[in-house]
Design a protein around this ligand. Sequence first.
Ligand SMILES: [Zn+2]
Length: 136
Amino acid sequence: MAQGFPQPPSVPSVRPVRSRQNPANVAGLGLIFAGFSTFMFGTLAAAVTGVVHPVLMAGLGFVLMIAGGGMMAMAGPGEQKTMPPPPMVQSPLPAGPQVPRGSIEIPCPNCGAPPASVDRFGVATCGYCQTRFLVH
Ligand SMILES: [Zn+2]
């Protein structure tokens, strides 16, 4: 009597798709769909059950469809009612010496010429008088 582990049913992962559509567009589409189904099945149900007059249901469906169409027309093709990006405030500029990093501009203490080469120890060698001096 080997009780194996029951295979879990493979649940299809429902991924919420983030559509870029305007919510008003989606709502309008839903209204149109609801109106259409009301028009199609509401009138049928009304005719069968006789609770409501079928013309009333047809009118309701039409109203829903028109409302949905109007909502979609107001929403436009999207991109219109998107919020403007927040204005960029507070761009702090670091106050300090206006010396860009990486460029060493310490002149030679002997002749004042800029260092020709700086080795990895920070020792510069003057290109004119061959004086070696620390740049930092
Ligand atoms: Zn020099």
